[in-house]
Write a new protein. Structure first.
Length: 146
């Protein structure tokens, strides 16, 4: 279960693949996960004043700005009545060494605030088992609203 210090923030439960470990995060990061072969993941839970469309646009822009070479594919990912998206792509500082990533984001509203929740998974490109692990981590997740 990923939680942050904000008592009004939702708590997020993700499926963790076999062989992965999890530690609590800090700030807006509710959990850090480590897997085999340099695979990593994090769950962020960040308050946002933006509506779902604007929050998703900002998130996508931030994803693309992380590396000078980047790709982004986007699919709808709504679940449990909350707006959501699935993102996947690659990043690189140079064409010879790249990372692949998959994200699942959701705009979750509560009585007091809206939150952008992101489950981000990444690994060196071509890492065996990445697709299966990323698929499990970014599958529908549990949401508890305090």
């Amino acid at each position: 279960m990923a939680t942050v210090g904000d008592p009004a923030a939702p708590k997020i439960t993700v499926k963790v693949p076999a062989g992965w470990s999890s530690t609590p995060g800090t700030g807006d990061v509710g959990a850090l996960l480590s897997g085999p072969d340099d695979m990593v993941a994090e769950v962020t839970i960040a308050a946002t004043p933006l509506d779902a469309s604007a929050a998703f646009t900002r998130y996508g822009d931030d994803v693309m700005a992380r590396y000078p070479i980047s790709t982004l594919s986007l699919l709808p990912g709504e679940f449990c009545g909350f707006s959501g998206q699935k993102l996947m792509g690659t990043w690189a500082r140079d064409p010879d060494e790249s990372l692949e990533y998959q994200d699942r984001i959701a705009h979750i509203w509560t009585n007091n605030q809206s939150y952008l929740v992101a489950v981000h998974v990444e690994a060196p490109a071509g890492t065996p088992g990445f697709d299966a692990a990323a698929s499990e981590l970014t599958d529908d997740f549990g949401i508890v609203i305090p």
